[in-house]
Write a protein that binds this ligand. Structure first.
Ligand code: PEP
Length: 261
């Protein structure tokens, strides 16, 4: 089964809504040239919540070939949860993707597997596509237990979901030691874990679901390393942090097919 590659840019808490507008305009302009096949790669941007409305207006108004994503969602439906943003609110804004369980949420906000599972379910209930992030810290990688560690995170996040829900969502393997550090997993390392996550989905659900689910790699993805990562059979795209806040770099990552692996 052909899975459409997804390149998603997580702007983190870096760009304000004016900077975001500029970036989206530059990105669109850079991707407009005839050589870039818009249908071949899906591109998403994940601004801060404060920029979602502005970026949504731009994407919809100018009919840009970009999807809108959010960086987080509340596990709660609605009510007295000061500071949180609900899945219903994101859906109303035309958001397609939402990252759940990013390692920075797990690390700095104490999000455990139960919270990640609750957020995943909530997102699905409102028609959002979760990007479920998993990844091992450096000590786990050093011990060599990164495969069972990340498989356990995925299994917990997907517990009790229906195969059709899982087939439509996105997993992102982001080794914590590679996020924002300039260290990146070798293509073989990325493939090892992405393949194992797909096999875990096959075991938990079925083979067709595993073939449909998209698995991204994230961690210091740059124009120079994206092509070799995308050449791996079980890697279906990238979740890009730092490099996604530079329109030129992000466009070059999206256009990975045009440079050698
Ligand atoms: C991320 O935050 O998801 C990420 C992968 O960051 P970076 O690309 O900066 O390592």
């Amino acid at each position: 089964m052909a899975r459409t590659p997804l390149i998603a840019g997580n702007w983190k808490m870096v760009l304000d809504h004016q900077q975001g507008t500029l970036l989206v305009q530059k990105l669109d302009w850079t991707l407009k040239d005839a050589k870039h096949d818009h249908g071949a790669v899906e591109v998403a941007v994940l601004p801060s919540h404060t920029s979602l409305r502005t970026v949504q207006t731009l994407i919809e108004g100018d009919r840009l070939a970009l999807k809108l994503g959010a960086q987080d969602v509340s596990a709660h439906e609605s009510g007295a949860y000061t500071g949180e943003v609900s899945a219903a609110q994101l859906a109303k804004l035309g958001v397609t993707y939402v990252a759940v369980g990013h390692s920075e949420r797990r690390q700095y906000h104490g999000e455990d597997d139960a919270v990640v599972r609750a957020k995943t379910r909530r997102a699905l209930e409102h028609g959002l596509t979760p990007i479920v992030c998993v990844g091992e810290p450096l000590e786990v990688r050093r011990e060599g237990t990164h495969v069972p560690f990340t498989v356990a995170q995925v299994t917990a996040a997907l517990e009790d979901l229906q195969p059709a829900q899982v087939a439509g969502l996105v997993l992102a393997y982001e080794p914590v030691w590679a996020i924002g550090t300039g260290e990146f997993a070798s293509p073989a390392d990325a493939q090892e874990v992405c393949e194992a996550l797909r096999a875990a989905v096959a075991g938990q659900f079925d083979a067709a679901t595993a073939q449909a689910v998209r698995v991204l790699y994230g961690g210091s993805v740059k124009p120079a390393n994206i092509a070799s990562i995308m050449a791996q059979p079980d890697v279906d795209g990238a979740l890009v942090g730092g490099a996604s806040t530079d329109a030129g770099d992000f466009a070059a990552i999206v256009r990975y097919r045009e440079h050698p692996a």
